[in-house]
Ligand binder design. Structure first.
Ligand SMILES: Cc1ncc(COP(=O)(O)O)c(C=O)c1O
Length: 459
């Protein structure tokens, strides 16, 4: 346990007395701020009441009131006989949205990102650090990834019906890194790249940066249009396609098994490589969740990530392809720069070894938040939507105003939104809006109040 020495706490808290208001509340706020920005590490044991009073030059009564306030709000745990320890309250550690989404400057609904699962993540990090001595014996030159991690990922594919060996896996610093590396390796500038419309804007950014010619194939909340997809493949002859068959971002659509087979066969016949982004695969919100087949075949490369099930800050993703292509990719100079540090990979191993509880918890919370947002929106405005079977967002069709006009009005009231053109290769989809349900119930309620013109988010 870390312990603050009593003289230390006064300098750590700085000029807290300059704030106005009752002394105990001001002191409690100063402690909270110090914990949030890391000046007092979580787990720190605070000095005794008497020592605190002396160090901060306040009465013992003020310290008692301050500690009671911090205890009541979950920032301090007092164990009788062993003093008070600083902790983070459940409203921070048990959230599904990062704290930054609704604290600070209004509400940020442009990001569909889950918060880190605090307890599981800290525990996995601790175990990884304890096991990290073996890493130090290695040269740690960036390579295809820790053997243990490649094995765990290969096992996962195999258990899910797609036999995979560890030498078919390349670990990257996230799915975006995997996509960037593959685009660099596979993109033939003479041929267009097929993307879904709408699609994940991060992938569009990578392709635009490469000045790729884009051909769009539509996806709605009801899914893909196989006939139009086949027509585009045959007429435009793209060399590469980027698809998100598992709870597509932003519509949440799930590609049926027969369409997956159809896409894989079409790609093989037309000399097109499909990059299947499986980043959202674990976020199946159906009750109960059902097995999802992989989009797989000779012409398909899969990419995945720990970012949505665990946390975006754990920069661990991967790609799955044949072993020969993995060897080629290892010769690409970009690969070393897109490889995550070994300790991060070890944390990923610890988490992957036991994902059951984490997956269940994520799904339960996201399902409840999706349903809460849907209930708030139902009949409350000029829009329509289909409840998605998974993923992180509702894809709203607006019937009156454009999404850009709505986003501009909402921004004036402190709510940041992503209108449809953000997800479109040709800046169309002006009447669509992506609404993530990653925020807490309370925050979702506040956001919908802005959308329906009832309220501003500023408190
Ligand atoms: C479909 C899709 N792919 C990839 C990513 C990014 O993944 P990572 O954080 O692992 O780079 C996201 C994140 O929003 C996503 O929605």
């Amino acid at each position: 346990m870390i312990e603050t020495r009593s003289p230390g706490i006064a300098s750590v808290l700085g000029n807290w007395r300059q704030e106005t208001g009752p002394l105990a509340q001001t002191l409690a706020a100063a402690v909270r701020d110090a914990v949030i920005d890391g000046r007092i590490p979580v787990g720190t044991r605070l000095p005794s009441e008497r020592a605190l009073a002396a160090a901060l030059r306040v009465s013992r009564g003020t310290v008692v009131t301050t500690l009671a306030e911090l205890r009541d709000t979950g920032w301090v745990r007092t164990n009788h006989g062993s003093g008070s320890n600083v902790r983070l309250p459940p409203e921070i550690t048990e959230r599904t949205a990062p704290w930054s989404v609704d604290h600070g400057d209004g509400l940020d609904f442009t990001r569909a990102v889950p918060a880190a699962p605090h307890a599981a993540y800290l525990e996995a990090s601790r175990r990884a650090v304890e096991r990290s001595a073996s890493l130090l014996m290695d040269s740690a030159e960036p390579d295809a990834g820790l053997p243990q991690l490649r094995e765990l990922l290969a096992d996962r594919y195999t258990r899910e019906g797609l036999p995979t060996r560890p030498d078919q896996i390349l670990v990257t610093s996230g799915a975006r890194a995997a996509f960037t590396l593959l685009a660099e390796h596979l993109h033939d500038r003479a041929r267009p790249v097929l993307v879904e419309s709408p699609t994940y804007h991060g992938a569009l950014a990578v392709l635009r940066r490469r000045r790729a010619r884009l051909a769009a194939s539509p996806v709605t909340s009801d899914g893909w249009d196989p006939a139009r997809f086949a027509h585009t493949v045959k007429t435009v002859r793209p060399g590469l396609a980027y698809l998100t068959p598992d709870f597509h971002n932003p519509t949440g659509a799930l590609m049926p098994a027969d369409q997956r087979d159809h896409v894989a066969a079409l790609a093989s016949r037309n000399d097109m490589t499909v990059i299947a982004d499986e980043t959202l695969r674990d976020l199946d919100l159906r009750t109960p969740p059902e097995p999802v087949p992989h989009l797989a075949g000779r012409a398909v490369v899969a990419i995945g990530s720990m970012g949505k099930l665990v946390w975006g800050g754990l920069r661990v993703g991967w790609l799955r392809t044949d072993a020969a292509r993995i060897r080629e990719l290892l010769h690409n100079p970009l690969q070393a720069r897109l490889s995550p540090p070994p300790l991060e990979q070890l944390i990923a191993c610890e988490l992957l070894a036991d994902l059951q509880d984490l997956r269940r918890d994520r799904r339960d919370r996201l399902r409840a938040q999706r349903d809460h947002l849907a209930a708030l929106l139902e009949g409350a405005g000029e829009w329509s939507f289909t409840l998605p079977p998974g993923g992180l967002c509702l894809w709203l069709r607006l019937h009156g105003t454009t999404a850009t006009a709505l986003a501009t009005r909402a921004a004036g009231q402190g709510l940041k939104l992503s209108p449809g053109p953000t997800f479109s290769a040709d800046r169309t989809l002006t009447h669509y809006l992506r609404l993530p349900y990653t925020a807490t119930h309370e925050t979702l309620t506040r956001a919908v109040a802005v959308l329906t013109g009832q309220e501003t988010t500023r408190r």
